[in-house]
Design a protein around this ligand. Structure first.
Ligand SMILES: Cc1cc2nc3c(=O)[nH]c(=O)nc-3n(C[C@H](O)[C@H](O)[C@H](O)COP(=O)(O)OP(=O)(O)OC[C@H]3O[C@@H](n4cnc5c(N)ncnc54)[C@H](O)[C@@H]3O)c2cc1C
Length: 310
């Protein structure tokens, strides 16, 4: 933070000019001006105070698996919630249901493993979705078998002043891959409800869905999952494939030849390369089908204004 010397909060890990590529599943992205890794709510409050006093913007990341970070990096503070925000507890709600409370930084993959162990039927849909449960709640992550909005009972959030509040399910404005949340709100805890089933049955479902993903989705290369939202009653992957863009490259970025709605990083791709491909796919699909694809991946950082459709 430039200007009057404002000291970072004591005890919080703070990294200056930290490249963000390694903090994302795409493996792409310039530096965070300041990266903060608070390990509890008290530290998070101190970081928010610091940002407020220094007048710097705040961006939050969970697993970084649904974002494309600008090559020019992210101004202000980037706060990553992982270690310390990864607690979980569960309590039965009668014989057939369970309530789970997970810290925002709890990994969705670990939650799926627990769902298999305990028979948490309604959380099995997250099989193969990387990232944190806080991120999943904010983007309304989902698959054919379910969405976060089906299972979230409430969220605990901190606002820019560090005040904590519980938002009940009834207050949450969920739509397809979106939760309308005030920009200064940070999710710190997610409450989930699930029906209970035979653990063996749930594990088998999870196994089946993971196998299906291994066949249908590109493995190995970096990506952020599906780049575009599916238009109503259609699939973005089908449309992009139909305009002949499967396998198209720009630099080290490629429209996957396995699933055309995935843009993959073959090595040292830049965000600009990914955006050239995304724009090309959008334009061709618009010309051929008159359908406007909307991004599912969130672009964060400098230069966003270059792509008004983001
Ligand atoms: C191989 C692969 C497969 C995928 N499959 C799917 C799929 O089937 N379905 C699906 O929906 N997604 C899928 N994704 C995308 C992604 O994994 C999910 O959307 C995931 O739930 C995002 O969680 P995250 O923690 O990584 O979020 P991030 O990418 O870290 O953040 C996503 C957004 O949420 C905000 N955010 C994150 N945490 C918080 C918080 N605590 N408080 C406030 N805001 C926050 C960020 O600012 C950002 O705008 C896939 C991705 C990959 C790489």
């Amino acid at each position: 933070v430039s200007g009057p010397a404002l000291k970072p909060p004591a005890g919080v890990t703070v990294l200056f000019d930290e490249p963000l590529a390694g903090w994302t599943s795409f493996g792409i992205g310039g530096p965070a001006e300041i990266l903060c890794l608070p390990t509890d709510e008290d530290q998070l409050r101190q970081v928010l105070d610091w940002a407020r006093q220094a007048g710097r913007p705040v961006t939050v990341l969970g697993g970084g698996s649904n974002v494309l970070i600008s090559d020019r990096g992210v101004p202000g503070l980037v706060i990553i919630l992982r270690q310390g925000f990864d607690r979980i507890s569960h309590q039965p709600l009668g014989p057939e249901e369970v309530l789970i409370r997970a810290g925002a930084g709890f990994s969705s993959g670990r939650l799926v493993s627990l769902a298999g162990e305990h028979g948490w039927l309604d959380l099995a849909f997250l099989a193969g979705v990387p990232g944190s449960i806080g991120g999943a709640a904010v983007v309304n992550a989902g698959a054919a078998e379910g969405w976060m909005s089906d299972v979230v009972q409430g969220l605990r959030v901190l606002n820019g002043q560090g005040r904590s509040r519980r938002l009940d399910r009834a207050e949450l404005d969920y739509t397809y891959r979106c939760l309308r949340l005030d920009p200064d709100k940070i999710v710190v805890e997610v409450e989930l409800k699930s029906r209970l089933a035979e653990p063996g049955t749930v594990s088998q479902m999870i196994g089946r869905w993971l196998k299906r993903r291994r066949v249908r989705q590109p493995g190995g290369a970096g990506s952020a999952g599906c780049f575009f939202k599916n238009p109503p009653r259609d699939s973005a992957g089908r449309l992009i494939e139909a305009v002949g863009l499967k396998g198209r490259r720009c630099g080290a970025a490629m429209i996957s030849d396995v699933h055309a709605n995935f843009i993959v990083n073959l090595g040292r791709a830049r965000a600009a390369d990914v955006m050239v491909l995304a724009e090309r796919a959008r334009t061709e699909v618009w010309i051929r089908f008159g359908i406007e694809l909307e991004p599912e991946v969130r672009f964060l950082g400098r230069g966003r204004e270059k792509w008004p459709w983001l």
